[in-house]
Design a protein around this ligand. Sequence first.
Ligand code: ADP
Length: 422
Amino acid sequence: MSQLLLGCIADDFTGGTDLANTLVRGGMRTLQVIGVPDGPVPDDIDAVVIALKSRTISPEAAVNDSLQALQWLRAAGSQQFFFKYCSTFDSTPLGNIGPVADALADALGASFAVACPAFPENKRTIFQGHLFVGDLLLSESGMRHHPLTPMTDANLVQVLQQQTPKPVGLVSHEVVNRGSEAISAAFRDLEAQGYRYAVVDALNDEHLYAIGQAVAGHSLVTGGSGVALGLPDNFRRLELLGDARNAAALPFVDGLGAVVSGSCSVATNGQVEHWRKKRPSFALDPILLANGRNQVREAIAWAQDLIHAGPVLIHASAEPDSVKQAQQKLGIEAAAQIVEAALSAVAVGLYHMGVRKLVVAGGETSGAVVKALGIKALRIGAMIDAGVPWTLALRDDPVALALKSGNFGSVDFFEKALANAP
Ligand code: ADP
């Protein structure tokens, strides 16, 4: 019998990992799956996060994908459902937060749900229904220029109301400050008045824990990863969840270690430099690759000779001048594609060589590598640095992956990750 407690639907991949990380820290054994899974949930899992790519697709497609995910989570026995979106409420007047929340609530028969993207640890706070990014209103932050989801109104009651015909209310910080019972009472009042949603103010983690407690009986919760902070304790109070100690434990993985990097972000370039001072590295060059030189085969042969003596790094990471040169010569898209294809092929080659502890730097690069390795589900383990956990890809022959987006991690991240690999 499945023990699944919380079923989550995230509107993008890294948002899913962020939520999964929060749940693991709260003591829930969490699996992140890429798209709606086709198999059953393993027995020892408390929460599943289904990562969709539904943030910027059409509202109809987003609703369709989200309902399929919901159906799978319900069939798996999930007791509560969480719709995860970005802490900056990334959406357009058409959606997809409103339409997806409406569809999930209707399917679950939920007459009321919170909408709380607050994430104080990352400086996203909500005051009188207005979302702040640091000390700026959302509408004055960089998000106003976002290419796909420009956010030009910080009033979340208004923003959500544009996306749904159901009434949207507010539970303000005066109520939130009084704790979970006062918040629950405010929810009941709003629901009795016919409201479907409440945007809830939250300025700090205590607020989020109190809101988390107040939504214990809600079948649907919507928000950022912050509002999930309080959810594990709800299950613990019902004695459905054990203590927090072992949730991040991953089984021991036997195999070689390596790093593949396609990120050219400042932090990654520093990490590559740091590694190169003491350890073996191989640089891929998009222009050579485009000219037909088989650098993938060269890199794999090079790694084969060295890897039994210790982990190796294969990278396309380069300084801005050299990236610009490749982009001018090949086009931005083509350069990226050539590099992603090469690094994916390298990752597959390393895997066949016996690498089972793989650090990947770069968000897009991680997506490409995960796809090339045919990975569909990741068990989330302990955090290496803020926002980057070790994960275990569940497959016949398990492989541990640390997927690092560009600007994350300390300068010695690669060494640290491999030293702490499962
Ligand atoms: P980050 O998380 O730092 O943004 P990504 O992997 O998401 O890293 O994006 C980096 C992009 O740059 C990828 O598409 C990658 O293929 C591309 N890239 C990597 N190295 C080079 C290079 N030397 N020249 C041009 N493009 C590159």
